[in-house]
Design a protein around this ligand. Sequence first.
Ligand code: PEP
Ligand code: MG
Length: 836
Amino acid sequence: MSNNNNALTLSAPLSGPVLSLGNVPDEVFASHAMGDGIAIDPLNDRLHAPCDGVIIHVARTGHALTIRAENGAEILMHVGIDTVELNGEGFALLVENGARVKLGQALVQFDLDRIARQCKSLVSLIILTNGERFELRALAGQTVEVGQPLLQITARSTSALETAVDNCALEASASVRITHRGGLHARPAALIRKTAQGFSSTAHLRFGEKYAACDSLIGLLGLGIGEGDEVQVICRGKDAEAAVQALVAALSASIKGEHHAPAVAAPRRANTEAGVLQGVCAAPGLVCGPLFRLAGIELPHDSGNHIASEQLRRLDTALEQVRGEIRSTLDHARQRKSIEEEDIFAAHLALLEDPALLEAATAAIEQGSAATHAWRDAIQAQCAVLLALGKPLFAERANDLRDLQQRVLRALLGEAWHFELPAGAIVSAHELTPSDLLQLTAQNAVGICMAEGGATSHVAILARGKGLPCVVALGSEVLDVPQGQRVVLDAANGRLELAPSEARHAEVHQIRDAQKRRRQQQQAQAREPACTTDGVRIEIAANVASSAEAQVAFDNGADGVGLLRTEFLFVDRRTAPDEQEQRQAYQAVLDAMGDKSVIIRTIDVGGDKQLDYLPLPVEANPVLGLRGIRMAQARPELLDQQLRALLQVNPLGRCRILLPMVSEVDELLQIRQRLDELCTTLELTTRPELGVMIEVPAAALMAEQLAEHADFLSIGTNDLSQYTLAMDRDHAGLAARVDALHPALLRLIAQTCAGAARHGRWVGVCGALASDPLATPVLVGLGVSELSVSPLQIGEIKDRVRHLDAAQCRQLSQGLLDLSSARAVRQACQHHWPLS
Ligand code: PEP
Ligand code: MG
């Protein structure tokens, strides 16, 4: 080694043929995503130190380590490709992290044969990881022996360094735990990609030993990151810090719409009952009708000698056509404010632009493939990667890719997707795609059954949103049922009855008719007030998140808005809405509600909901950190601005303000005082009512003290369950147990109502429990006088109230407080107040 002021020569740590990074059989290394460097295909079984230095990182599994040379250059040495999968077997570390080592010292001993047999490749990497400070020059010829000169590393000049720093060399990184339900699947990955695109820095995610650039959706999916996994975000460039902050926020945010997915797809049950196929419910409902089998496109054999330029042009045109179609689906979804649809198709658009996919298809075309076959093969290769991860959620995401395969093939073949769906058909398919589903609803299909798929797939989310009964994972037998056979789909129970008798048919029709009639009756009376049989009035208001939803609530008979979640105005944008925009948005909600009152909750971000423009410190336990009203401590001006906007709506008397996550009286008093000051400044004589959310146990236990200073209390049972039961409200595995009918919750609700009553205040419930008809009598019995429910359930809950006797509810619900579990409470409710 020679080491003058500028140059350091690295000696070969291994013996063997030398390769440039571009020839390494690994996309991440080959793309220089990890940094510049060189590779050796080793013939020996020991990795030696390429220079004097300190070992600054050692992979637990022994297959990689990083050395810092005396001039500060950091060099990663990685033995073989995908060797992390050996989990340390076949590797013996000869040094420890932090060790000072000498040039030529043996660092790792490895089992050459085993790696050759079990891993993708033995090719080993020598990578400079802090390339912003140093430059590299290769010194070796085609092969090297251990100790021979391999690379020269030169420190960049100060001016070059400044330029490099200015252009791209600032590096920032942070670790984050993935909270997205089901891990980093297509929709969150699309969010990550979109976030990264907002910055000039390059961004990568590192998971274990795997890396992916944030601009490749497929690369991100290929990491196979599951819920709860920890990943590292690494950004390089001028705005690296901000990019890391935003990506951490995006990675830890949960996606709208996912909360509504059923907890976990139950494993497929065996088909034991004759004439019945058993699957998993993805969207409930009971229907009967002819079964219509939908098949995918099969391609004929390809001769493989096409003119590349022509095929590339065909592919381009087809891709552009499909992009256009998806964009118009997206526009429709936006107009209808269908967030779920929007998220799904935005992810599809991103997949369609994915560099990995396009490169694979282009490469195949350049080898002579037809555009159709190149596209199909590129998609199938990526599906294989996702399926190989062995995680059901990622396998489901392969279905999104297949959707794009079908759509582009249809465009390439010039095939209009048309088929005659018999009236009232139940459609069966191997696995349907989101765009299939939209078309099928447009053609009035009444039910869906699939051989494959899962209850958390995008198709399932869409089917639930559209109220279309859907059963997945029925097995391939469903594809053998003759076209047109009349069947019964009992989706709630995951059953497809293949040979229902006439009597069963008649019964299904009867049940459906009865349900329809009941719903019509409920809707007809939805605008009337809801009073119990003994005359107690219960307000049935709606939870909404926009003026469009408020309009739906009003049309469905809501007595008011019980909770406007104002986060809708603040999320998914790069800057905060100003006072004027906020005032207009709140006014629009008031206007949509006629003369009814509207409860507007101040912004509840922090925790799992992060904003790009509001970098809050990364917290170990964000749900226990700066969220809700506590955020006012960190950014008081944001709350102040919101209060000013709220005070300017007209008429102010119809606007009530609600504070989230309050845990002590002082928080309320401070905001009350600030509101008074603002009213004085704005010369207002009316003071809006000010309420407090009861969503942490401390608030429920302090309800009496809070009620002394608040105008009303509103119980958020979602968070109250989470904090009382110490169970994450979004935890798929605990979903069945995070039940707000737990006796502990009921005791807190009872205590809240009693505390409020001492000061003559009213109590509402705006958490999901309010929309559960089984809970209505209990809540009425415990003293709640307002239920804020999802807009489409207003008629149903009002109808439930009208059949209750409040005095009897009071008496019976006291007994429920002494039961031992949520399950026992549910059973007792069914017994006392059966749901028909
Ligand atoms: C709740 O916690 O019950 C609630 C209504 O608030 P959010 O669901 O918005 O946290
Ligand atoms: Mg809450």
